[in-house]
Design a protein around this ligand. Structure first.
Ligand code: 5GP
Length: 180
C-alpha cells in the first residue's frame, strides 16, 4: 500500500473480525433455507469471497451482476445501467445482494426493485460500507460492516480508476490523488 496516497480506515485484521460477525448473523437468519448470494461487480468481489466462507451451514448459490458506477470519476452519476445480468433466475429464491458500498442508494434501490419484479421471494442487502449522509432514497442495508463519513474510500475491492482494489485495508484516498 502506498501510504502517501491513502490513509487506512479499517485494517485487514479489523475487516476479518467484522466479516466473520456478519457471516454468523446471516447464517443464523437463513438457517434451513436456500440462499442466492448476488455480488455486484466489480467492487463486491473481495468482500463476497470472504463473506460466503463465513456463512456456515446455509445452502448457497452464487451469481453476479455488473452495473455502471463511477467510472474514472469520484462522483456518482446517478445513472444505473446493467452491464452484465445474472446467469440464473431469481424467481422463488431468497436473494442476498452483496455490495461494497452504498452511497446515494440509487444502485441498490434499482437492483432490489428489479429482483422483486422478477419474482424473488425475498431480497436483503448486505453492504460492507455505508455513507448514510449521502442517501437520496429509502434504502438501508439489512447487514452492514461499517457506516463511514463522506470520504472517498478505496481498497478491499473498491477502486479509483481501477486502481487500489487489491489493497487489503479500507483506505481513504487522499484528495490530491483525484483532484490533480
Ligand atoms: P450509489 O448508487 O449508492 O450512489 O453508488 C454505489 C456505488 O458507487 C458503489 O458500488 C461504488 O461503486 C461507488 N462508490 C460510492 N462511494 C464510493 C467510494 O467512496 N469509493 C469508491 N471506490 N466507490 C464508491
Amino acid at each position: 500500500m502506498n501510504l502517501n496516497e491513502v490513509e487506512i480506515l479499517y485494517s485487514q485484521a479489523q475487516i476479518e473480525v467484522r466479516v466473520a460477525e456478519l457471516g454468523r448473523q446471516i447464517a443464523a437468519d437463513y438457517a434451513g433455507k436456500d440462499l442466492l448470494v448476488l455480488g455486484i461487480l466489480k467492487g463486491a468481489f473481495i468482500f463476497m469471497a470472504d463473506l460466503i466462507r463465513k456463512i456456515e451451514g446455509v445452502n448457497l448459490q452464487l451469481d453476479f451482476m455488473s452495473v455502471s458506477s463511477y467510472g474514472a470519476s469520484s462522483q456518482s452519476s446517478g445513472e444505473v445501467r446493467i452491464l452484465k445480468d445474472l446467469d440464473s433466475s431469481v424467481e422463488g429464491k431468497h436473494v442476498l445482494v452483496v455490495e461494497d458500498i452504498i452511497d446515494t442508494g440509487l444502485t441498490l434501490g434499482y437492483i432490489r426493485e428489479l429482483l422483486l419484479k422478477r419474482g424473488a421471494l425475498s431480497v436483503k442487502l448486505c453492504c460492507f460500507l455505508d455513507k448514510p449522509s449521502r442517501r437520496k432514497g429509502p434504502v438501508t442495508p439489512d447487514y452492514l460492516g461499517y457506516a463511514v463519513e463522506d470520504h472517498f474510500v478505496v481498497g478491499y475491492g473498491l477502486d479509483y480508476a481501477e486502481r487500489y482494489r487489491y489493497y487489503p485495508a479500507v483506505c481513504i484516498l487522499k484528495p490530491w490523488v483525484y483532484e490533480k
